[in-house]
Design a protein around this ligand. Structure first.
Ligand SMILES: Nc1ncnc2c1ncn2[C@@H]1O[C@H](COP(=O)(O)OP(=O)(O)OP(=O)(O)O)[C@@H](O)[C@H]1O
Ligand code: SF4
Ligand SMILES: [Mg+2]
Length: 349
């Protein structure tokens, strides 16, 4: 598992996480052996196509998953040395907001539109800090000011529908950050916003991080946002992390054919707008019955015989960069007979 941090700096360590959902159609294997670390004050981006398991991975950290139909079937999540997969619902409630907070795309569904902003922000403060309402109100006003809400005393009495989209995101960030959690998990926090407001919200994250040292897990479809915000990136595909590295490593030296495909299919800050983006042909596999070998094989123009038979394991490219692809694994030729000459040429091309 690559990391750019000393082990003492690691605040969150996820190891071989598997999450399944029981549905009428069978068991969805949504997350299939995800491992990563998050350093103190670090921003880790998670990217990948829709349905690859970004949100389920994120929600697993504080088990914000449907209680009766979801299961962490394997793996561990260690936060400041505590094993989170073993916590009771009561312990998780204490952890959420005070230690690990989540921010979602849509404040209207994530927050309660029938309770005033003041009550919602103060509720968390009183629950986690056990302080008086007067003191909680003071902290709430300070926090709203910090996230750029003018006239916070008056705003406390208002309801969500009285704010613009950008303001609502600021409110959600204020509620998430008010108890000074160590980790903020933001699941597409700016996707619904226009570009100018998006930039302001991203600046707000940066400011909060600078001020409090909070670690951030940022889920986004936007590689421009990744380039602007993240230290490291996990690329997910079909419930697995297929490549992980620093922003520079992933953008400049992508190794996995899927990462290369994503880079070609998603706009970036440095994308030449005159060149067309190339979507990745095909669709992700069915997570009810994931393929036996590499999940990307059906869409991969480099696929070799070994790819269909065995799942590739993580291979280190550098101390901070790893990839799960047989092309990078020296054992590929030992596992199966060597690929045909034409495949070798394709693989290196
Ligand atoms: N409550 C649920 N019940 C059954 N399956 C679920 C549930 N939530 C998620 N899944 C499945 O788990 C897989 C991963 O979903 P997830 O929401 O993590 O994707 P994602 O990467 O966040 O996608 P997006 O970019 O669209 O938000 C998908 O196949 C999804 O259909
Ligand atoms: S393991 Fe094989 S199929 Fe999968 S991405 Fe690598 S080359 Fe393609
Ligand atoms: Mg999602």
């Amino acid at each position: 598992m690559p990391t750019t941090k000393n082990s003492s700096d690691v605040i969150l360590e996820v190891n071989n996480l598997h999450v399944t959902f029981t549905t009428h159609g069978g068991e969805v294997k949504a997350v299939r052996g995800v491992s990563f670390t998050l350093g103190k004050g670090e921003t880790l981006a998670i990217v990948g196509e829709s349905g690859c398991g970004k949100s389920v991975t994120a929600r697993s950290m504080t088990r914000l998953l449907p209680e009766h139909t979801s299961k962490i079937s394997q793996g561990s999540i260690r936060f400041k040395g505590r094993e989170l997969t073993k916590l009771s619902e009561k312990q998780l409630r204490e952890l959420r907001g005070s230690e690990i907070s989540m921010i979602f795309q849509d404040a209207m569904t994530a927050l309660n539109p029938t309770i005033s902003i003041g009550e919602q922000i103060m509720e968390g403060i009183i629950r986690h800090q056990r302080i008086s309402r007067v003191e909680a109100r003071k902290q709430a006003i300070e926090m709203l000011g910090l996230v750029g809400i003018s006239n916070p005393e008056m705003r406390l009495k208002q309801y969500l529908h009285e704010f613009s989209g950008g303001m609502r995101q600021r409110m959600m960030i204020a509620i998430a950050a008010v108890c000074k959690p160590s980790v903020l998990i933001a699941d597409e926090p700016t996707t619904a916003l226009d570009v100018t407001i998006q930039a302001q919200i991203l600046e707000l994250f940066k400011m909060l991080q600078k001020k409090t040292g909070v670690s951030i897990i940022l889920i986004t479809h936007d590689l421009g946002v990744v380039a602007n915000m993240a230290d490291r990136v996990n690329v997910m595909y079909a419930g697995k992390v297929v490549e992980s590295g620093t922003v520079d490593e992933l953008f400049r030296h992508p190794q996995h054919p899927y990462t290369k495909g994503l880079l070609a299919s998603m706009p970036r800050l440095d994308t030449d707008k005159s060149l067309p983006l190339t979507p990745i042909a095909g669709t992700p596999p069915d997570l009810f019955a994931p393929p036996q070998g590499c999940a990307f094989a059906a869409r991969c123009s480099y696929a070799m015989e070994v790819c269909g038979a065995f799942q590739p394991e993580q291979t280190a490219v550098s101390a901070s960069h790893s990839v799960a692809c047989w092309l990078q694994d020296p054992r590929a030729k030992l596992v199966f007979r060597p690929p045909s000459k034409s495949n070798i040429m394709t693989a290196q091309g």
